[in-house]
Design a protein around this ligand. Structure first.
Ligand code: GAR
Length: 214
């Protein structure tokens, strides 16, 4: 039976689109049950509607604290008992309660070669530091922001004179390849979370799988 998944977004949803396309092509065995947004104007909601995936939106501003919002989100998700929660540009820090409620089931993609550059403005920070390599990381979510065990990284060389916008564009193209692939590893049971670690094919993975792109 396909893994029941929700995708959580806040914006454009190009990573969501990569999942939709991969599932439609029969190349990813996920049952996309819900696309959730904390922003009603998120274009990703429209992508979901066009693909016939149910959507839900709750605005976080209506809640007095982080956990009460997260509990309202979980009430929606738990209606279909999700196996996997995919954060795809969901720009909210999750409460410890939410992370514990779905322990080992939440994936995130972060546009940096973690543990370098957790947080915001990663492309600009990479350029300012003069790094030769940049990329994106798929990891299990723990209470530590952008700090959970890593599964898969896609890396590329930074080009001379490249702007942050150009770099962001190239990194996003990498994300569209690695995120569905990493989710497939989890959905098939090849990548699992156990006691704060990622296991890949049964082995503790202190380092992620790394793929290099042009
Ligand atoms: C992606 O690049 C993702 O790595 C980033 O938001 C973008 C969403 O794009 N996530 C974070 O920065 C989380 N810390 P999308 O809406 O087009 O998929």
């Amino acid at each position: 039976m396909a893994c029941r998944a929700a995708i959580l977004i806040s914006g454009s949803g190009t990573n969501l689109q990569a999942f939709i396309d991969r599932v439609a092509a029969g190349a990813l065995d996920l049952d996309l049950r819900l696309v959730f947004s904390n922003r009603p104007a998120a274009f990703g909601l429209e992508r979901a509607r066009q693909a016939g995936i149910p959507t839900a939106c709750i605005e976080h501003g209506e809640f007095e604290d982080r956990e009460s919002f997260d509990r309202a989100v979980a009430d929606v998700l738990d209606e279909f008992d999700p196996d996997l929660i995919v954060l795809a540009g969901f720009m909210r820090i999750l409460s410890p309660w939410f992370v514990g409620h779905y322990e080992g089931k939440i994936l995130n993609i972060h546009p940096a070669l973690l543990p370098k550059y957790p947080g915001l403005n990663t492309h600009r920070r990479v350029l300012e530091a003069g790094d030769k390599w940049h990329g994106s990381t798929v990891h299990f979510v723990t209470e530590e922001l952008d700090g959970g065990p890593r599964i898969l990284q896609g890396r590329l060389r930074v080009c001379d004179g490249e702007t942050a916008e150009q770099l962001q564009h190239r990194v996003q193209a990498v994300e569209h390849r690695i995120y569905p692939e990493a989710a497939g590893l989890v959905a098939s049971g090849r990548a699992v979370y156990r006691d704060g670690e990622a296991l890949i094919d049964g082995q503790p993975a202190s380092d992620p799988i790394v793929q290099t792109f042009d």
